[in-house]
Design a protein around this ligand. Structure first.
Ligand code: HEC
Length: 147
């Protein structure tokens, strides 16, 4: 076996071994989640309060978020066509429109109404939104500065 082969083998052992070592470092994320039992689980529960407390904390965070913040989160699915600042792209610019205008238009799309030539693109989008989400998005869009 030539020297190159040996060093190649050594290199691969090293390359494979490093991630494995790194995985063991994270005490809660062992190779399998299920291996975090006993002391490991008790420790995790003590540090985080457990699954129930985590869920409660998440719910609380959501409840304390403002409509604009919730709207911003829901707007994530719109960025591809309307731009991160609502400046428009595939779809028309939304920045500069009033909360009421944005909400009304979304309701129209949700009802399957035709507004422009490409309304079909919006029907599916609006169908996925709840009334609450449309209101929050409208609040958020109104906060966007006119480009
Ligand atoms: C696949 C691209 C695409 C995505 C994703 C998309 N839109 Fe649209 N949107 C359009 C197009 C195209 C129009 C113009 C439709 C028409 O001709 O009536 C439009 C129109 C609109 C209008 C009316 C604008 C106006 O002034 O006439 C609003 C409001 C709107 N979209 C909001 C949203 C929101 C909110 C989301 C995310 C939940 C979203 N859109 C996601 C493409 C998209």
């Amino acid at each position: 076996m030539s020297g190159t082969n040996v060093s190649l083998i050594l290199f691969f052992c090293f390359a494979l071994g490093l991630p494995l070592l790194a995985m063991q470092d994270n005490k809660f994320e062992k190779a399998s989640v299920h291996s975090c039992t006993g002391d490991c689980y008790a420790e995790w529960q003590q540090e985080t309060g457990g699954v129930v407390a985590l869920a409660a904390a998440q719910a609380e965070e959501k409840a304390s978020a403002s409509p604009a913040e919730l709207g911003e989160a829901a707007y994530g699915g719109c960025i591809a066509c309307h731009g991160s600042g609502g400046e428009g792209g595939v779809g028309p610019a939304l920045a500069g429109q009033s909360e009421q205008a944005v909400y009304d238009k979304l309701v129209q799309y949700k009802n399957g109404e035709t507004r422009g030539k490409q309304s079909a693109l919006m029907w599916g989008q609006a169908a996925m939104l709840s009334d609450e989400e449309m209101k929050n998005i409208a609040v958020f869009v109104e906060t966007l500065p006119t480009p």
